[in-house]
Design a protein around this ligand. Structure first.
Ligand code: ZN
Length: 337
């Protein structure tokens, strides 16, 4: 069996002919297997969706309960037959509920890892390396310049700034699914016990994380209608990255604009977006994590998708792994970065 007979890159996403399903399709399809809840991977309108229970709940929270014709829970590590293919979900370490999907037939196994990382994250299960013939990897940060620092040290910078500027509000721009909850949980783990304020767009998913057993401590809406500007002195406010330099931010006392993202490794990008305190905290693998993961799994072939495909393909070739870029479209590099 040729690999493309088992899993084929198409304009609507990866398609499995023997199982007649798509993985993370970019358009509505009959049957979709979803790796995780970020909106470029998990879209509404499919006939049937198979995903982890957390991902299904995230999709329902974002799109409403009728986001698909039917849904089915994929239990991690449990293999099921779909048509002529066998399918197993494994943790990807990206966000709550995120999974890699292994697809097998006729002794050939392809792992579509979706988005993943290898660093510790107290809000989701760690990535599990799955032996396979073909490993499909993301390439969001696939350049040697992207080496993420230790996550705890980045949160330590925020804690230090709070101590240094007790009269200023700290506005932390963080993607609403995954990054926001990880920042909050890591603050708690480093002993920050004060109430953390949330932009309205953060509340639903934070409550969902709590319902799934990720304790986030005292949270409150970041509304000034009920109090004075000074109430937010020295407070942490979590908001979408797009809000930190906007009108919305001006309601807070002398705000420190922070942004938690892998892109903060690029200083000029931090400067351009008006960020005073960049926090290099990513939910994607950096260059070292990508190359170490490929070396550890040692697949016969690597397929590289969404991001800096050419650089990683070149590294694979130089290191003895057959590799090719998939050139798939429809996946956003800023989605949950
Ligand atoms: Zn993602």
């Amino acid at each position: 069996m040729r690999p493309e007979e088992l899993l084929l890159p198409t304009p609507s996403g990866l398609y499995c002919p023997p199982g007649d399903f798509h993985i993370d399709p970019t358009v509505p399809v009959k049957r979709a297997l979803i790796t995780h809840g970020h909106s470029d991977h998990a879209r509404a309108g499919h006939g049937a969706v198979l995903a982890t229970s957390e991902t299904l709940k995230i999709m329902a929270a974002r799109y409403g309960d009728d986001f698909a014709g039917t849904t089915e829970v994929a239990t991690l590590g449990e293999t099921r037959k779909i048509g002529g293919a066998r399918v197993t979900f494994y943790p990807a370490g990206h966000v709550l509920g995120s999974a890699q999907i292994a697809v097998e037939a006729n002794g050939l196994r392809i792992v579509a890892s979706g988005d993943y990382k290898r660093r510790a994250d107290p809000t989701c299960l760690p990535f599990v390396p799955v032996p396979c013939d073909i490993f499909i990897t993301e390439a969001t940060f696939a350049l040697p310049v992207f080496r993420h620092p230790e996550p705890t040290a980045e949160i330590g910078k925020l804690i230090a700034s709070l101590a240094q500027f007790p009269e200023r509000a700290h506005l932390v721009g963080a993607y609403s699914l995954g990054k926001a909850q990880r920042v909050i949980r890591m603050l708690r783990d480093q002993g920050y016990e004060r109430t953390i304020y949330l932009h309205g767009s953060m509340e639903k998913l934070c409550r969902l994380y709590e319902a799934e057993g990720i304790a986030l401590g005292a949270l409150a809406p970041a509304t000034v209608s009920s109090g004075a500007k000074g109430d937010f002195a020295g407070a942490v406010v979590i908001c979408p990255p797009s809000e930190i330099a906007e009108r919305w931010a001006r309601r807070f006392p002398d705000p420190v604009a922070c942004f938690a993202s892998g892109w903060m490794r690029i200083r000029v990008r931090a400067k351009q977006s008006g960020v005073e305190l960049p926090l290099i905290l990513s939910d994607h693998a950096d260059w070292d994590e990508l190359t170490a993961t490929i070396a550890e799994i040692a697949p016969a072939e690597v397929w590289v998708t969404h991001g800096r495909e050419e650089a990683l393909v070149r590294w694979c070739t130089l290191n003895g792994f057959a590799a090719k870029p998939l050139h798939m479209v429809g996946y956003e590099e800023n989605e949950g970065e």
